[in-house]
Design a protein around this ligand. Structure first.
Ligand SMILES: Nc1ncnc2c1ncn2[C@@H]1O[C@H](COP(=O)(O)OP(=O)(O)OP(=O)(O)O)[C@@H](O)[C@H]1O
Ligand SMILES: CC(=O)N[C@H]1[C@@H]2OC[C@@H](O2)[C@@H](O)[C@@H]1O[C@H](C)C(=O)O
Length: 358
């Protein structure tokens, strides 16, 4: 039996903050087991959030500098996380923060310089998990489905509701996964109009009603008609979704209510068209799993044939960082950690770049 002690780092598209997830993994023959031992979530300051959100508009020089300073910042957070909790660590696996994602242009970019990170925390770092897959012709996303297969195989579907929603499942012996589309990115965009970071529990959304014109416009977005492999991000949101929201003269409650109906309809479509069993189960993680109105709407749209499983808050908030930690281990062990059945790349790969501290 082999044991690994890894810190996974994740900063997602909803821009809520950095998740640090210290986990222990063991492998016995081909079976992986994990234990999340310590976690910390560091909320971004308003200025950091704005900087990350606007990083797409930075000049090349500014972006390269931000890559370095953000990597240094990540390393400092890791250093104090290790010190405060007296952790024994084999290495750090860092997703970084996506500033650009344009798979149609062969481009994905995550900031958080691995060398700066490694030097600042004095540990080995594995990062840059997406570039190799894009170089092999893939989307470079989603990557978490390898973890869905190895750690969460008891679920028919794994659904993540972060800034973007994505789904993963087995079909004919292959893992299939893709970004469905919207999740908290649209909800947070709406609440930020009244200076609220997010709609806790979906309370505001719950008191609204559907605006049919907005619902129809969202459901008609071209992205939904694309076949998988497919992935999306902030560029699509800003280009195609923001104009629909901004053109709708409605209360915040109605905008939120309509958006939740929209995203749950899209999720239900994907689950129903890929269900082969009489009764299936679906694991929901990501911050959207804490939105009670969203989960209630999803359950209604899915019906009795699908059991919606909302796990512990710890797993809801740490699953992505946990899986990046596992991907780091697979990279160090030179094993497959990116699945071409998901991304559409030429082949499976062992992706990620290793940095040693200096
Ligand atoms: N109690 C809650 N009620 C409603 N919504 C919540 C709650 N807690 C978190 N959220 C939502 O979840 C978001 C954070 O989700 P998460 O951390 O999974 O996203 P992410 O990892 O940044 O995104 P992605 O997985 O797309 O990269 C918050 O911005 C907020 O919109
Ligand atoms: C390019 C990028 O950062 N994509 C993220 C984003 O956030 C959710 C969705 O869009 C997913 O494709 C991906 O993240 C998760 C962690 C993934 O790769 O599985």
């Amino acid at each position: 039996m082999k044991t690994f002690k890894v810190i996974g780092l994740m900063s997602g598209t909803s821009l809520d903050g950095l998740d640090l997830t210290y986990c222990h993994f063991t492998r016995t023959l081909d079976r992986w087991a994990y234990r999340i031992t310590k976690t910390q979530s560091i909320s971004y300051s308003k200025s950091m959030k704005d900087k990350l959100k606007n990083s797409i508009y930075l000049s090349a020089d500014e972006l390269l500098m931000f890559n370095n300073t953000y990597g240094q910042w990540l390393g400092e957070q890791v250093k104090s996380f290790i010190k405060t909790n007296a952790l024994e660590v084999d290495f750090i696996a860092s997703h970084g923060h996506t500033t650009h994602h344009q798979p149609e242009n062969g481009l994905t970019y995550q900031i958080g310089s691995g060398q700066h990170l490694a030097n600042a925390c004095k540990h080995k770092v594995v990062c840059d998990f997406r570039t190799n897959d894009v170089a092999l012709g893939g989307q470079g996303a989603p990557l978490v489905p390898i973890g869905d297969r190895l750690l969460f195989g008891e679920y028919d579907f794994c659904l993540n509701l972060g800034g973007i929603s994505n789904i993963s499942f087995e079909k004919d012996g292959q893992r299939i996964a893709y970004d469905i589309g919207l999740a908290n990115m649209i909800l947070n965009y709406i609440t930020q109009k009244i200076d609220l970071n997010y709609d806790k529990g979906g309370q505001l959304a719950k008191s609204g009603t559907v605006n049919q014109k907005m619902l129809d416009a969202l459901n008609a977005l071209d992205y939904y008609k694309l076949p998988f492999p497919k992935s999306t991000g902030f560029e699509w949101f800003e280009d195609k979704v923001v104009p629909i929201v901004d053109a709708t003269d409605e209360s915040i409650e109605n905008l939120l209510h309509t958006s939740i109906h929209h995203l749950c309809e899209q999720i239900a479509l994907q689950v129903k068209s890929n269900t082969t069993k009489h009764k299936s189960n679906l694991l929901v993680t990501g911050g959207g799993a804490l939105n009670d109105f969203l989960i209630a709407t999803l359950k209604t749209k899915l019906g009795e044939a699908v059991d919606v499983i909302v796990p512990s808050q710890e797993l809801i908030e740490n699953k992505e960082a946990l899986v990046f930690a596992l991907m780091g281990i697979l990279r160090i062990e030179r094993e497959i950690n990116v699945l071409c059945s998901v991304t559409g790349a030429k082949r499976d790969s062992s992706s990620g770049v290793v940095y040693l501290p200096n």
